[in-house]
Design a binder for this molecule. Structure first.
Ligand SMILES: O=C[C@H](O)COP(=O)(O)O
Length: 268
């Protein structure tokens, strides 16, 4: 069953065995410096995303790290991404994103309407070659902004083609604590119907990825930081072994072939 087609029941929403093999997602890992970026590249991630976890959900790294990344990884077969921070700080650093980067992500904090957000996206001075990735927060109230559904509508209305859903407050609560399966699948279905590429993030653990996939949530990309760090501390050190587990999960089976959490936890 394609995500854009009607779903007769929750049970039918689960993909068949043949569909499972087609469900592969990109893997984005957020790093804070070039050393961590090298670990991510060595671990085979698709997108290396630069952000400083100590300063918030989507805080930018020093632009010197961005230029160092171009020198180190251009031609390494990996896409580079920059977190720009929230609306106002994003405006200040957007023009410094290297043209060699593939993506730049801007947070919606304080933007209280779709029009407001669209104005922000239009005004951000990212280089033309860099795709702006609008961000929605699952816990939007904490960021004084609109819901992920409303952000998706603004993305569609503005003719943009990407959306990252993340969490604003990193307090242990995770994406599914704010957005239930029904809302997530509805968002993904609508996005797919409008050719919008969606990345899901927000303190997601590997076992939750597996569970969400069993429930029919198949984003184009999964974004992680905390779950690939020692002790799942997003400000801690990156663990290459955890990157491998995520990479294997994203590149091979999107859905683990069992239903119980014990089995999932072996993989996750
Ligand atoms: O863009 C994705 C985020 O970096 C995810 O970070 P997190 O897993 O610590 O919430």
């Amino acid at each position: 069953m394609e995500l854009g087609s009607p779903r007769p029941s929750d049970l039918d929403c689960r993909p068949s065995a043949s569909e499972k093999s087609k469900r592969k997602s990109r893997l984005l890992v957020s790093v804070r410096n070039l050393h961590e970026a090298q670990l991510a590249v060595d671990g085979g991630v698709d997108i290396v995303d630069f952000k400083e976890p100590l300063r918030g959900a989507l805080a930018a790294c020093d632009p010197q790290v961005w230029s160092g990344a171009v020198a180190a990884f251009a031609g390494a077969g990996v896409m580079l991404s920059a977190a720009l921070g929230e609306s106002e700080s994003a405006m200040q650093v957007a023009s410094q994103v290297p043209a060699e980067f593939t993506f730049a992500k801007a947070g919606p904090s304080g933007c209280r309407s779709g029009e407001w957000l669209q104005r922000l996206w239009d005004q951000l001075p990212v280089p033309e070659s860099v795709a702006l990735v609008p961000v929605a927060y699952a816990d939007h109230e904490a960021a004084t902004t609109i819901t992920p559904e409303q952000v998706l509508d603004a993305v569609i209305e503005s003719g943009r083609s990407r959306l990252l859903i993340d969490t604003f407050v990193k307090d242990g609560r995770r994406l599914p604590d704010h957005l239930d399966r029904q809302r997530l699948t509805d968002i993904l279905q609508k996005a797919q119907a409008h050719d919008v590429w969606v990345a899901l993030a927000g303190s997601v653990r590997l076992r939750e990825k597996h569970r969400l996939e069993r429930e029919g949530c198949f984003p184009d990309c999964w974004g992680v930081r905390g779950d690939v760090c020692d002790n799942s501390d997003r400000c801690g050190l990156i663990d290459p072994g955890k990157i491998s587990l995520w990479r294997r999960s994203c590149r091979t089976a999107s859905v683990v072939p069992c239903e119980d959490e014990t089995c999932v936890s072996v993989l996750g």
